[in-house]
Design a protein around this ligand. Structure first.
Ligand code: SF4
Length: 343
């Protein structure tokens, strides 16, 4: 019996990449998948912050288990950050460098294919599903840029695209591949029902911080004030936690939005001034940078504004750093003050 072709897939945890695995198996291939943690993944972030109500629920692992496909999770965050800071193909609507991102992930998949002796790489991309990155010319550019000419199969749209090497060699039955195009989800939903798929992540679930307007504003601010070359993975990680206020070029305040974020911000207390109100329930806040004499009251007033005592004429705020303690009583900040500094 001839050897089956083996494909290495990018499994996001969404429906399309899961369907790509199933369609390929029906077309005669063996499949294995990779799932990358970029440092900007919302689910991975929630897991590290400790959001139990939004658990890691790594959809890629769940889907992989449901369809019986091995999935390897790979942390690419260190290597990925420079790609986001200096994208060759530019950004999308916000700070999302989608084309560079696809190329980078596919390069990683190609390396994995070469190391494991697999025959091709595949994705769940659908022709025309996204206006910029999934038109025919963009799919072709990405294939070439990733060094995968003839080796990148998109099973859901394959019959609308030129055949790949494994199809030409008859190792994958092109007739069993699909010809889906466009933004509609009807065919994919019908296929999910036919295959009995239930555990996939819903589309448009906001899975990448880089497509988020508010996160992108914080990211741009960090690049402007720290310099992209000085940013580390940890620096961008904390951009997804709390409300951020830029008080001056050298000073930023982060205020927790809920108990989980307050608990998480406690980890930063040894290295930075932290602040919290006395006498009322309120957030934990962390001050990043140097505080000058005129900053203390402003910081305290913002922290007070997010406490249960925000309607009081004045609130006492306690600052702590190691053994140092500072108490300040201020009126809670006005909405205008918040708007002036909020990122
Ligand atoms: S949305 Fe985020 S993860 Fe997806 S391709 Fe764009 S940059 Fe990459």
């Amino acid at each position: 019996m001839s050897k089956k072709a083996k494909g290495i897939g990018l499994l996001s945890g969404g429906l399309d990449s899961a369907l790509a695995c199933l369609v390929l198996r029906d077309a005669g291939a063996d499949v294995e998948c990779l799932h990358f943690f970029t440092g900007f993944c919302v689910t991975g972030h929630n897991s590290r912050v400790g959001r139990k109500e939004r658990p890691i629920a790594n959809h890629a692992l769940q889907v992989g288990a449901e369809i019986g496909v091995p999935v390897e999770l790979i942390d690419i965050s260190e290597e990925y950050l420079p790609v986001v800071l200096r994208p060759r193909f530019g950004y999308g609507k916000h700070m999302n460098p989608c084309i560079d991102c696809r190329v980078f992930m596919l390069e990683k998949a190609r390396e994995h294919m070469e190391e494991t002796g697999a025959d091709f790489v595949f994705t769940g991309e659908v022709l025309g599903q996204r206006p910029m990155s999934q038109v025919k010319s963009a799919l072709r550019s990405v294939e070439l840029a990733a060094g995968l000419e003839g080796q990148l199969l998109r099973p859901l749209s394959a019959r609308l695209l030129p055949p790949t090497d494994v199809e030409n060699r008859g190792l994958v039955d092109r007739e069993k591949l699909l010809a889906i195009a466009g933004r509609g989800r009807k065919i994919q939903i019908e296929l999910a029902e036919r295959y009995g798929l239930t555990r996939f992540m819903q589309p448009a679930g906001g899975c990448c911080f880089l497509t988020d307007k508010a996160y992108s504003a914080k990211f741009k601010d960090a690049i402007r004030h720290r310099g992209g070359e000085n940013l580390r993975v940890e620096d961008v990680f904390i951009l997804g936690v709390g409300r951020h206020f830029r008080l001056s070029p050298r000073l930023k305040l982060i205020v927790g939005r809920d108990k989980i974020e307050n608990d998480f911000l406690h980890h930063y207390k040894d290295d930075h001034w932290s602040a919290g109100v006395l006498g009322f329930a309120g957030p934990t806040a962390i001050v990043i940078g140097e505080i000058s004499d005129e900053d203390w009251d402003e910081i305290a007033s913002i922290v007070a504004r997010y406490s249960d005592g925000k309607g009081e004429p004045a609130i006492e705020v306690k600052f702590t750093r190691g053994d140092h303690v500072k108490l300040i009583t201020v009126p809670p900040a006005s909405s205008e003050t918040l708007a002036r500094y909020r990122l």
